[in-house]
Write a protein that binds this ligand. Structure first.
Ligand code: LP5
Ligand code: MN
Length: 240
């Protein structure tokens, strides 16, 4: 009896080893699970469900098979794939969840999210985020020709990589007060998120006692998952 959480795979055609590792993970570990939660950035960049990349269809098929074998799969958007929509979710048999969700796991309440909203010290990112989450801007973007969208996405990725070179590690990490506020607001003592690519299990002291912040790792050289069982939260890395 275990529930699995993953994030930050950044699947893309240029790194087939990551996709192969993910498909193997779905066929082995995930098959044994009670549920799979994907906490954002499954894809490196998502420009709309109408992108005809075969990678997307392959991933959708594999996820759909998992759901058909009785393992429900849930998805929270990340900052790279916030445009992933209902069409792809249906194709993959995934249930889309809101940006923050409390899930009941073996009697425990666990708050899950991508994690970017906790990085409130990164003012440039938060300003950018508000813009690209504006429904009108998204509506307009999704109506651009595919080629133009791909171009914009590549430019945004390049601008992001450039901007990140000049940001401190502290600015790009979660803000401790934001973590405390989320735990309090949702009345939970466990938080699982990704985004920062700093896999760790942190103890957090709150007004109502000790809490845990479990951070998923990004899939670069290896895969990462958090495995929640009735009495444990384990952070696990595994080879592709
Ligand atoms: O993603 P990562 O890990 O590199 O860095 C993130 C933050 N960056 C982003 C940007 C994404 O990488 C871009 C993804 C493209 C998705 C597909 C296109 C959809 C378009 C939809 C339009 C409606 O999220 C980065 C954080 C970092 O995490 C750590 O938290 O710091 O934030 C930034 O880099 C933001 C910059 O500080 C400011 C904005 C740069 C982007 C400018 C856009 C230029 C557009 C050019 C268009 C021609
Ligand atoms: Mn992210």
């Amino acid at each position: 009896m275990a529930t699995l959480f993953i994030a930050d795979l950044h699947l893309n055609v240029h790194e087939p080893a990551i996709t192969a590792g993910f498909l193997r993970f779905l066929a082995r570990d995930a098959q044994q699970a009670d549920a799979l939660y994907i906490l954002g950035d499954l894809f490196d960049a998502w420009i709309g469900d109408d992108d005809p990349q075969p990678l997307h269809a392959n991933v959708a098929d594999a996820l759909h098979q998992l759901q058909q074998r009785g393992v429900p799969c849930y998805f929270i958007h990340g900052n790279r794939d916030f445009l992933l929509g209902k069409h792809f979710a249906t194709q993959a048999g995934m249930t889309l969840l809101p940006a923050e969700q409390v899930v009941e796991c073996y009697g425990r309440r666990i708050l899950i999210m991508h994690g970017d909203t906790l990085c409130i010290d990164d003012a440039a990112y938060q300003k950018y985020r508000r813009r690209v989450h504006n429904p009108i801007i998204q509506w307009l973007f999704l109506r651009l020709p595919l080629r133009l969208r791909l171009n914009v996405a590549a430019k945004m990725r390049a601008a992001s990589q450039q901007a990140n070179q000049h940001k401190s590690q502290q600015i790009m990490d979660v803000n401790p007060q934001a973590v405390q506020a989320c735990l309090r607001k949702c009345a939970v003592n466990t938080l699982i998120h990704g985004h920062t690519h700093r896999p760790a299990l942190h103890r957090v002291m709150t007004q109502s006692g000790e809490a845990q912040r479990a951070v998923l790792g990004a899939w670069h050289e290896q895969g990462w998952m958090i495995k929640v069982t009735a009495d444990d939260t384990a952070l696990i890395s595994f080879p592709f």
